[in-house]
Design a binder for this molecule. Sequence first.
Ligand code: SAM
Ligand code: SF4
Length: 422
Amino acid sequence: MLRYFIWTIGCQMNKAESQQIAGYLDSVGHQSATSFSNADLVILNTCVVRQSAENKVLGTLGLLKGLKNKHPNLQILVTGCLVDSDTQELKRRFPHVDLLFKPGDYHELIARSKRRGVFIEQEASLSTTPSPCAFIPIIQGCDNFCSYCIVPYRRGREVSHPLGEIVCEVEELIRRGIKEVTLLGQNVDSYGHDLPEHPDLADLLNELSSIDDLARIRFLTNHPKDVSLKLIDTLASLNKVCEHLELPVQAGDDDILRDMRRGYTLEQYRELVHTIRRQIPQISLSTDIIVGFPGETEEQFEHSLSLVKEMRFDVIHVAAYSPRPGTIAWREYQDNIPSEVKKERLHKIEELQAAIASEINSQLHGKDVEVLVEGRKKEKWFGRTRSNKLVFFEDDDDWLGQLAKIQIEKTSPWSLGGKVKK
Ligand code: SAM
Ligand code: SF4
C-alpha cells in the first residue's frame, strides 16, 4: 500500500482526471495522503493555460525536487497540459520526475507503471470516487485553435468517448450513489462527430436522461459558434438537464474576436443568447472574457464592458491575456498591453460583474430553490441549485447527497444562504 497525494491546478477537466486517477489508486489498494510530506507517490496534474498557472507548476516541481533529495524513494508523476509531445526535453529539465504522461492517457500510466513495477499491483478499472456529483470527460482535445490558446497543442485533436461507454459509466456511478453528472469537453458541441454513427450531445443527453435515479445532468463548455438549435430544444425539454450554460464570449469587439479566431461575431453571439433565453427564460449563463489581448484599445475594451452590461451574465471568469509560446497570437502579435492596464481592465470587469451578479442573486431572496448537497464547510452544508448557484445552510440532519429545498434568506454576488424548508 502506498500513500498518494494528487496536486491539481486548472480546469474542470483536470479535476475530473485527478478524480479518476484517485479512484484508480483507491481501487488497487492505495490510500490518499494529506500532503506532499506524508506521501510516497505524488501526482502533479498541471495547467499551462496562463503563465501564472505555469509558474505555480514550476514552483511546485522545484519544491518536490528538494523533497526528493531528502526522500529518494518518493515517486513523482506529472500529467496535465505541461506534458507536451517533447517529453525528452521535460525529462531533461526535471530529472527528479519518474513518469510524465499526457492528460487522460491512463493507459500510458498503467502500462509504464507496470513495466517499471512502480506502484500498480493489480488490474482495476479507472473509476471516480463516490460523491453526489461526478465529472465525466466525454470528448478530449480541441480542434479549434483559438489564436491565444495552448490547449489544442497539449491535449491534441478531438476524440469522443463512445456514447454506450459513457452511459455504462454513468450507470455504474449511479449504483455508487452519484446523483449529478457534469459532462466535460473543451467544446462539448463537437461531441460525436468522430464516432461511427455521429451521435451528438443532444443524443447523449436523451440517453442519459432515461437513467433512473440520475437527478441532474450538466455539461460544459459550449462553443458559441457550434451550439445547435437541436441542443437548445433538448435543453428546454429534458427535466434532468440543468438550466445552466457556460458560453465563453472572450471579447466584446468584433475585430478582437476575429484576431482571436473565435469563429463568430458579436451579433451572432447576441442572437444565440436571445434564442436560448427565449426558449429557457430561467437559464443561468456563465462566460469567459480575456482582457488585454494584443492591440486591444481602450474603446475595444469598453465594448467588452458594454457587452457585460447588456448580457447580464450570472458568472464571468475574467483573465488577463497571457502569451503562450507556440500559439498563433504569440507568433503573430506583440503582447503590447502593459500589465498594469490589463490588471485595471480585469478589475473593471470584475467590479461591474459583482454589481450585476448581486442584483441577479438578490432576486432569489425569499424564494425556494432545490439544492443538491455536496458537503460541509465551516459547519454549514453546501451545494448547488440547478442554475449552479452555491448555497449554504445550517441544519442538524445529514443532508449529504440529498436534494434539499432551501428558502433563500441571504444573497451575495458569489453565493446564497438559507434554511431548510421542511
Ligand atoms: N474551451 C473553452 C472555450 O472555448 O472558451 C475554454 C477553455 S480554456 C482552457 C479556459 C479559459 O482560459 C478560456 O475561456 C480563456 O478565457 C482562458 N485562456 C485561454 N488561453 C488564455 C491565454 N493565453 N491568456 C489568458 N486567458 C486564456
Ligand atoms: Fe482553447 Fe478555443 Fe479550444 Fe477553448 S475552443 S480549448 S479556447 S482553442
